[in-house]
Design a protein around this ligand. Structure first.
Ligand SMILES: CC(C)(COP(=O)(O)OP(=O)(O)OC[C@H]1O[C@@H](n2cnc3c(N)ncnc32)[C@H](O)[C@@H]1OP(=O)(O)O)[C@@H](O)C(=O)NCCC(=O)NCCS
Length: 162
């Protein structure tokens, strides 16, 4: 258990699968089917090109996570989620900034992501964190009532002087 009073952010790997899946199950709105299965998550976490982080509270409980994948000079932020009871406390921003730092340390120059157009919380988080809209892919996501939603592609450059 951490002795720090505030949240800590730690590297995550397949040994953290259960803890990360516990957040996954709580965090994603079931209307959009965006949560990954343990099989999908575990398969990606074990790839050499992927890297993940998790936040932990003072009791050692995992409260949020990110999963990224590197491809040459680009990184894709595949997943980010924060436990619903822990939101608006800066964990999302901490996770994004750490994903950007990790990407930079791996030599990446850009980080990309795709976000559902009506995911207002995530879009605000990303634009407050220096991401810009660079594209739109129509009908990319499906809702449980048959609705379709575009994906907004966002990018942040990882220059030294940001
Ligand atoms: C998106 C998400 C990770 C944000 O986590 P969080 O810990 O609440 O984020 P933070 O507290 O760091 O918020 C940072 C900024 O994001 C924006 N933001 C976060 N939640 C918001 C909301 N519900 N409405 C509007 N803006 C919001 C704000 O600008 C906020 O800054 P502020 O609190 O100073 O105003 C969280 O809502 C989540 O897990 N959502 C479900 C999973 C998901 O959709 N992931 C993205 C797709 S993979």
């Amino acid at each position: 258990m951490s002795t720090l009073a505030g949240p800590v952010i730690l590297p995550a790997d397949e040994r953290d699968l259960d803890a990360v899946m516990a957040v996954m199950r709580q965090a994603f709105d079931p209307r959009y089917g965006e949560a990954w299965s343990a099989l999908q998550l575990g398969g990606t976490m074990t790839m050499a090109s992927s890297f993940a982080r998790r936040t932990e509270d003072a009791r050692g409980v995992t409260t949020g996570f990110t999963l990224c994948r590197a491809a040459g000079p680009e990184v894709e932020l595949l997943l980010i989620a924060v436990d619903p009871g822990q939101r608006r406390n800066g964990l999302g921003r901490l996770l994004v900034e750490t994903a950007c730092d990790d990407s930079r340390h791996r030599g990446a120059s850009e980080i990309f992501l795709e976000v559902r157009e009506n995911n207002i919380a995530a879009r605000h988080l990303y634009s407050r964190s220096g991401f810009f809209d660079i594209g739109r892919r129509g009908d990319y996501y499906g809702g449980s009532m048959g609705e379709r939603f575009a994906a907004i592609t966002m990018r942040r450059r990882l220059g030294e002087h940001e």
